[in-house]
Design a binder for this molecule. Structure first.
Ligand code: ADP
Ligand code: MG
Length: 227
């Protein structure tokens, strides 16, 4: 299986002088096609910084990142944005929906930006599997936090990215929907060969992971999966 995401010796520092902190410390990480990897660890340990750097939303202080063999670190901002849009599905802690677009319009915007024709049946398939098909004519303000999050998850998958990066995607969901969402992400990884990295607080959500890492002080350590 191909490496989808490779991170070599990533360092990320914030601030200067005596307020400087090193959020990531020479971190190495690889995720291959078809793998579902979970990252756990305490608040402030660097998980979100790791994920946003993996997806090129911020740049590391040093180190290199390859997405599908393309070196992300050397690209111009414009090329990086293009690669990010094509290859990466982000699911962030806040759902980032566009307030003035109905649920289905959030998806049609992706079709439009990509320059492909409307993929209504694929959109409906995703909405159905996320248990929100009935909401497709609603605006974000008329949805609960959990429903909004599920729309954002559907939208992230809609572009068929090769890499999915999810930052606590289940945080605003009740247990039942949290399981459904994680199962959907695992299925995407295993059946559609997506490389998936999920940051989570919730130890109940890691049982289907192929690998689990713990973030501690800006470094990743592989955990043994029990059971
Ligand atoms: P986690 O997601 O595990 O809670 P973060 O990646 O958000 O951790 O943060 C890791 C460390 O980096 C924390 O000490 C946090 O305060 C710091 N940090 C994160 N983003 C910034 C920033 N933009 N400016 C300064 N410090 C930051
Ligand atoms: Mg975080």
């Amino acid at each position: 299986m191909n490496d989808i995401l490779v991170m070599n010796q990533i360092v990320k520092k914030f601030g200067k002088g005596h307020t400087e902190i090193t959020a990531l410390k020479n971190l190495d990480f690889v995720v291959k096609e078809g793998e579902f990897v979970s990252i756990i660890g305490p608040s402030g340990s660097g998980k979100s910084t790791f994920l946003t750097i993996a997806g090129g939303l911020q740049t590391p202080t040093s180190g290199e990142i390859l997405i599908n063999q393309t070196n992300f670190t050397n690209l111009s901002e414009k090329k990086r944005a293009k690669l990010r849009f094509k290859e990466i599905g982000f699911i962030l802690q806040s759902s980032n929906l566009i307030p003035f677009l109905k649920v289905e319009e959030q998806f049609y915007l992706v079709d439009k930006v990509t320059g492909r024709k409307k993929e209504t049946s694929y959109m409906e398939e995703l909405l159905e599997s996320l248990d929100i098909l009935a909401l497709k004519d609603k605006y974000p303000k008329d949805l609960s936090g959990g429903e909004r999050q599920r729309v954002a998850i559907g939208r992230a998958l809609f572009n068929r990215p090769s890499l999915i990066l999810a930052d606590e995607p289940t945080a605003s969901l009740d247990t039942e929907h949290a399981y459904e969402v994680v199962k959907l992400l695992v299925k995407e990884a295993h059946e559609k060969n997506k490389a998936t990295v999920m940051v989570t607080h919730d130890s109940r959500m890691i049982e289907w992971s192929d690998r689990v890492y713990r973030m501690e002080d800006g470094q990743l350590r592989e955990e043994k999966i029990s059971g």
